[in-house]
Design a protein around this ligand. Structure first.
Ligand code: AMP
Ligand code: MN
Ligand code: MN
Ligand code: MN
Length: 281
């Protein structure tokens, strides 16, 4: 059986692997295809594609768009597959998300300084390199400077939801993200439904129902945060609602203890995605 990984991050967002190196890593892991789904950017597409071509791995241009969850807990991330990052509507969404990150970072630093963590915006920018600032970059600086034991610890004690230096940034409406992904020729897929932190199945059905009304094409069934019972639940849900199924590891390089290809996602899921995108065009 051939396997794929449709959820990966590079140094173009908050991963630690340069996009041009992902292809070789994927080949080493025995994968036939990967999607690059950096947060709020398509900047790594060209380099990742070059690396994948060299390694004989199929490249899928993707994105993971940070959206408004509509309540204080949980994350609403919409994946886009087969997107053209040069499309104006998607570029506009990306520019707004970039701005939201630029505005959030100094606020987080202020809060951390008030909590006694002597770290600067400049240190965070250096860690982020060419990427937009993400919380894992801030977490990495907190670890480097001895204020946290690990990235996880930095989220738990400082910058995660409910922690004292958390600053909310996500107000992109899901409808706009889905429309922009469609305008860019892509398919819109709800990432890691478990991270929505729904109170019960009823809320989950209502949230996904609204996304379907907005044009959602699929949902991520396989993910490092989904145990076997959740994979089964989401598979049944996707079948009932005629949604495409996707999956991936949510690889972040050394910033998350997750291996590329760690999810054993069957390659035939990508055939279905390709057919769906061809039917849409
Ligand atoms: P941001 O989009 O900048 O708000 O950062 C979100 C990213 O932080 C996610 O994509 C994960 O990579 C990471 N993250 C979120 N929550 C946690 C957590 N509790 N522990 C470790 N990493 C986390
Ligand atoms: Mn991330
Ligand atoms: Mn995510
Ligand atoms: Mn992700």
């Amino acid at each position: 059986m051939a396997y794929i990984d449709l959820h990966t991050h590079s140094t173009a967002s908050d991963g630690t692997t340069p996009p041009q190196k992902l292809g070789a890593l994927a080949a080493e892991a025995g994968l036939s295809a990967i999607a690059l789904t950096d947060h709020d950017t398509t900047a790594g597409h060209a380099q990742c594609k070059t690396g994948c071509t060299k390694a004989g791995v199929e490249f899928v241009p993707g994105i993971e768009v940070s959206c408004d969850r509509g309540k204080p807990v949980g994350a609403m991330h919409i994946l886009g597959y087969f997107v053209d990052g040069k499309t104006p509507a998607l570029k506009d969404v990306i520019a707004e998300l970039h701005e939201a990150r630029e505005q959030r970072a100094p606020h987080v630093v202020e809060k951390l300084n008030a909590l006694g963590c002597d770290i600067s915006l400049e240190q965070i920018r250096n860690t982020a390199g060419c990427a937009m600032i993400g919380r894992p970059h801030i977490a990495a600086v907190l670890v480097e400077q001895g204020y946290a034991k690990s990235i996880k610890d930095a989220f738990n004690r400082y910058i995660g939801q409910g922690a004292p230096a958390y600053v909310r940034k996500d107000n992109m409406p899901t409808g706009r993200a889905i429309a922009a992904i469609h305008a860019a020729g892509g398919l819109a897929v709800l990432a890691h439904p478990v991270q929505l932190r729904c109170d019960d199945d009823e809320e989950l059905a209502a949230v996904i129902g609204r996304l379907i009304d907005q044009g959602l094409d699929g949902m991520e069934v396989y993910h490092c945060d989904h145990d076997a019972a959740l994979v089964e639940q989401y598979t049944q849900f996707a079948k009932r609602h005629d949604l495409l199924m996707t999956g991936g590891s949510d690889f972040h390089g050394t910033r998350k203890p997750i291996a590329l290809g760690g999810q054993k996602v069957p390659a035939h899921l990508l055939d279905t995605l390709r057919d769906a995108v061809a039917a849409r065009r």
